[in-house]
Design a binder for this molecule. Structure first.
Ligand code: IMP
Length: 428
């Protein structure tokens, strides 16, 4: 058995897509276990660029089984558009399946997401507007709609009868919204179900049978540790569990069956949306990182906030995910800087702390405590760890030591070739 989870160790956008794509070459199965179309990754395949939100990037390897687990929230309209686009451009999607237990994003979820954000005004979360939070909320409230419901008129009708009276009353009374009509939703979502029939299956059995047969399974996390509903910077978080524990719940794999956890972190830090970010650089360095690292959201196009690597965040991520190896991406973006800094603690009220505070006001007012290291000229062309400039290696080793996990992999560019395997034993 070889099961490996790829998790984001920061606020998302760590470059997990590229790492998944790199490791998917060796995987028999790639499984997403949480999130929805709020995620986004860009994959270059045969010279063409694909922007995916739901379909795992393993789809580009013929024969690799790609799954959306039960913990994912699926927008069928978005998903069908993605499948059609892939097929139109010559990618075989026959090995792509969706959990029959996954929750369905309905039009009222997107409407609710937008209306609630509007109402929050200055206190908005800065969501991606994809209906993620409202869909997970309905799941927990026990009136969500599951993919299996889309396959049967009676089941979907019953599910809509469960949710619509509450949803419509709420939309009308709180937001003055006209609400949603059952008939139109029923017909539209049955049609989606028809088009997805054959792909909606019991993925928990598929995952466990593959694990029992000793297949290599990759669990692809979306977002990141600091956006986790429990462990992130609440309430500025997403509504799922991107951390490694989410694999067990969101894919139906028992915790004792997860072998390795690869934590992906950028060589610096970025964040989209609102919420505290102690090592943020609002001046020229932030602009430099944004331009050089092309830090604009895949899903929303929003400019990302940028800053130095935060090892307090990194250590926290290593702990809550049980990270067994680190993949550091976009090291090349720091090329040419005279000095590089790592945040090693937070100063607050005359005290230094080295763990992440729960109190967001404290986090927002914390001053980062930095360790400064010499920069390097260029990582271009480096294809092995020893080919990296000595200062770059020192920087990576400092990150590894401060975070408390060994280096597994380093990425120095977009290309698959620009990936350096530091320790193959930490991968598969
Ligand atoms: P939601 O997931 O759309 O509800 O958004 C909640 C928060 O998570 C917002 O701050 C988003 O910007 C952030 N977020 C959601 N998905 C991603 C992602 O894939 N990368 C980075 N941030 C994300």
């Amino acid at each position: 058995m070889a099961t490996l989870a790829i998790v984001g160790a920061q606020w998302g956008d760590e470059g997990k897509g590229k790492i998944t794509d790199f490791l998917a070459a060796r995987a028999n199965m790639v499984v997403r276990y949480q999130g929805g179309a709020n995620a986004g990754h860009t994959v270059v395949f045969r010279g063409a660029t694909f922007r995916l939100h739901l379909v795992p990037s393993g789809i580009f390897y013929p024969g690799t089984i790609c799954l959306l687990g039960n913990g994912v929230v699926v927008d069928p309209e978005e998903l069908l558009a993605e499948i059609e686009e892939l097929e139109r451009r010559g990618v075989d999607t026959r090995s792509f399946f969706i959990s029959d237990r996954a929750q369905v994003i309905m039009p009222y979820h997107k409407e609710q997401d937008r209306l609630e954000e509007e109402l929050r005004g200055e206190r908005r979360i800065g969501t991606t507007g994809r209906g993620i939070g409202p869909c997970y909320a309905d799941k927990v409230a026990r009136y969500g709609i599951r993919m299996i419901d889309l396959l049967d008129r009676e089941a979907l009708s019953e599910a809509l009868d469960r949710v619509l009276p509450i949803k419509n009353r709420w939309l009308r009374q709180v937001f003055n919204h006209p609400g949603f009509e059952k008939k139109a939703l029923l017909e539209q979502y049955l049609e989606y179900g028809e088009r997805l029939r054959g792909r909606i299956v019991d993925t928990v059995t598929l995952v466990n049978e593959a694990a029992e047969a000793g297949k290599r399974i990759l669990f692809e996390g979306a977002q990141g540790t600091l956006l986790d509903i429990d462990h992130g910077t609440y309430p500025f978080v997403t509504s799922s569990s991107p951390t490694a524990g989410g694999v067990c719940v969101g894919a139906g794999l028992g915790p004792t069956r997860l072998n390795k956890v690869l934590g992906v972190a950028k060589a610096y830090t970025t964040r989209v949306g609102e919420g505290p970010f102690p090592s943020e650089e609002r001046g020229p360095l932030g602009d430099h990182l944004r331009t050089r690292g092309q830090e604009f959201g895949t899903t929303t196009g929003r400019p990302r906030r940028c800053g130095w690597f935060d090892a307090v965040v990194g250590r926290f991520a290593v702990r809550v995910n049980g990270i067994t190896g680190l993949a550091i991406t976009k090291l090349d973006v720091l090329d040419g800087l005279e000095k590089v800094k790592i945040c090693v603690g937070y100063r607050y009220g005359g005290q230094t702390r080295r763990t992440l505070p729960t109190d967001l006001r404290l986090l927002a007012e914390s001053q980062p405590l930095y360790e400064e290291l010499p920069g390097w000229e260029s990582t271009a062309g480096a294809r092995s760890y020893n080919e990296l400039p000595a200062a770059a290696r020192r920087y990576l080793e400092a990150i590894s030591e401060l975070c408390g996990a060994p280096l597994a992999l380093v990425s120095v560019g977009y290309d698959r070739e620009e990936t350096i395997v530091v320790n193959p034993d930490l991968l598969f």
